[in-house]
Design a protein around this ligand. Sequence first.
Ligand SMILES: CSC[C@H]1O[C@H](OP(=O)(O)O)[C@H](O)[C@@H]1O
Length: 358
Amino acid sequence: MTTSNPKSVEAIIWRDGRLLLLDQRILPEQEVYLTYDSAEGVAGAIKDMVVRGAPAIGISAAYGVVLAARACFAADGDQWKTTIADKIQVLADSRPTAVNLFWALDNMQKAINHLSDQNDPEAVLLVEAIRIHESDIAANRTMGEFGAEIIAQSNDAGRSVMTHCNTGALATGGVGTALGVIRTAFEKGYIDHVHADETRPWFQGSRLTAWELMREGIPVSLNVEGAAAHVMRTQDISWVIVGADRITANGDVANKIGTYNLAVLAMHHGVRFMVVAPTSTIDMSLACGEDIVIEERDPEEVVCYKGLRVAPEGVEVFNPVFDVTPADLIDVIVTEKGIVERPDAEKMRALMSKDRLH
Ligand SMILES: CSC[C@H]1O[C@H](OP(=O)(O)O)[C@H](O)[C@@H]1O
């Protein structure tokens, strides 16, 4: 498997029949790969956010199905296609919002459906998992080019951009979605600086995005979310550029909690708003954002950080970890199949009916 970018880190590595995942819970202090040889282990890694980020979750689950097939064929022989269903369900139950998880599992199920009961399925299913992985690497590169050119064409605007959460090599199989656009735009000289939201309560921005950008010498300044409006008003921000976990048929976008805030602030400040996501993130089965299941996680993520309590014992907590940005607050959605300006249902249908542009 080719490395998408020698400088960028690899969150997911398939090696010697096992899955290695960079433990994102302990970055940036420690760079430790955990090794998985079961679907249940991979599901636990997704649920516990050892690996996170919509595309990375899907890729990891695809390798999880390979591990499931190995176990079921060894244990159940020609019944493996029946017994693997429970393990696929464990993977499906790991997190609810990122549609890439279900898209990847659907692709693996289609591959399973074409296989015989009699033969060992592992090698063929590994080919499909690698295809899913490498298609994401390619999609990241294509979206990076598309998004960078959009920034170049808006050269009347400022030379800084803002981003939220982490959408880089740690969230994908390649160089990233929104961060892939940012990397490409920086390499081409279209932008000079990145403002990264810290992104509570999991701190994907401060722990992961700042780390990725600093490793590559891309100028970044970190801000608390509460500073976002001040940053937009006082800094030469041209674009807010974010990823997505699920995009519905009308162009509404579910993404990390706080994204909707930025979209409203961007509209108020005349800053343009770009969503970058592969088409594996688009769910045409859902009409609009209200239909998206928003994951709520453990209250401890809000009231504690690394064992340090930051709120009174017993306080009630509401911890949704995604929100929905309405399509009418989005200037452009960038995918590997092309871009959708001022997204709406008709334009999303046109995009999804296209053959691949490149
Ligand atoms: C490349 S899209 C990554 C997407 O996933 C993140 O969520 P989480 O860290 O909880 O998996 C966030 O929504 C990012 O935009």
